[in-house]
Design a protein around this ligand. Structure first.
Ligand code: 6PG
Length: 253
C-alpha cells in the first residue's frame, strides 16, 4: 500500500480483486464498530463499481457475510437520483437487490433517501433531519459514520458532488440537492460536512478511463472545485483508495 496526499492507495488486479479487498475492509470495519459501540453505521455509494462489493458481501459461500454483524448495522446512502425506489437508476434499488434483501439488516436499519419526492430540496431536508435524529447529533456535529463507501466519476465527482458545485464548499448542511448541469437534473447528496464525519471513507475506483482523473485527484494540485473527490478528508483519517490496476496505470511510484 502506498501513501499519497489524497490518502492510502491499495492497487488490486481487477474488479474481482477490488470487491474482495473492499469486502475485507467492510467486514473489518463492521466488526470493530460493533465491538466498540454495539452498532455499525455505513453510508453506501451508488453507481456500478460498488455492485461487486455488495454482491460479494451477500454471498453465503464467501467469507465476508458471516463476519458482518448485520443485525447491528444501520445503512444510509451517500446520494440518490431523483427517481422512485424501484426505478432502474435508483441507488437504493441497486443496494437492495444486490445486498439488503440478502442479509439480515433490520428494515428499520435502512435509511433511504426519498428520490421520488416531487422536490429534491425537501427530500434533502428530510434526510438531514433523519440523520440528526438517528445519530442524536448536536447542532454542529457531523454524523459519525463508521464507514462511507464512495465511488469516483471520470470527472472527479463523488457521491453527487459534481465539479463546479457549491456543495463542495458547504460548511453546515449535511445533505443538499444540487442541480447537476451535466445530467440536467437535481440529485440528493451528503455534503462533505456529512461525509467527512466518518471514521473511514473507502473509494472504489475501477477502469482505465479513470486513470487520468485518479492521478489528478491523488497526486495533482488540490482543486476540489474541479475534483470534488479531493474534498473528502474524513475526521477519522485519510481515505482508503481501493483501485484496480487499469485505474492506477498513471499513478507515479
Ligand atoms: C452515483 C454514485 C456516484 C458514483 C460515481 C462512480 O449515484 O452514481 O454515487 O458518485 O459513485 O459516479 O460511478 P461508477 O462506480 O458507476 O463508475
Amino acid at each position: 500500500m502506498s501513501r499519497n496526499p489524497g490518502g492510502r492507495i491499495l492497487v488490486v488486479e481487477d474488479p474481482a480483486g477490488l470487491a474482495r479487498a473492499a469486502a475485507e475492509e467492510f467486514a473489518r470495519g463492521a466488526a470493530e464498530a460493533v465491538a466498540a459501540s454495539g452498532s455499525f453505521s455505513v453510508a453506501l455509494a451508488g453507481g456500478s463499481t460498488p455492485r461487486g462489493l455488495y454482491a460479494l458481501l451477500a454471498r453465503d459461500d464467501a467469507p465476508y457475510r458471516a463476519k458482518v454483524p448485520w443485525e447491528r448495522a444501520r445503512v444510509f446512502f451517500g446520494d440518490e437520483r431523483p427517481v422512485p425506489p424501484d426505478h432502474p437508476d435508483s441507488n437504493y434499488r441497486m443496494a437492495r437487490e444486490t445486498l439488503l434483501t440478502r442479509v439480515p439488516v433490520p428494515e428499520t436499519g435502512v435509511y433511504r433517501m426519498r428520490g421520488e419526492a416531487p422536490d429534491a430540496g425537501t427530500a434533502a431536508g428530510e434526510y438531514e433531519s433523519l440523520l440528526r435524529s438517528a445519530f442524536r447529533l448536536a447542532r454542529d456535529q457531523p454524523p459519525p459514520f463508521d464507514l462511507v463507501v464512495l465511488g469516483m466519476g471520470r470527472d472527479g465527482h463523488t457521491a453527487s458532488i459534481f465539479p463546479g458545485s457549491d456543495v463542495v464548499h458547504e460548511t453546515s448542511r449535511l445533505v443538499a440537492a444540487p442541480w447537476v448541469q451535466t445530467l440536467g437534473t437535481r440529485r440528493i447528496t451528503l455534503t462533505p460536512v456529512a461525509l467527512n464525519g466518518a471514521r473511514l471513507a473507502i473509494f472504489l475506483v475501477s477502469g482505465a478511463e479513470k486513470a487520468g482523473t485518479l492521478r489528478a485527484v491523488l497526486q495533482g494540485e488540490h482543486r476540489p472545485d474541479l475534483l470534488p473527490a479531493q474534498a473528502i478528508r474524513p475526521a477519522g483519517g485519510e481515505p482508503l483508495w481501493i483501485v484496480d490496476r487499469p485505474a492506477a496505470a498513471l499513478l507515479g511510484a
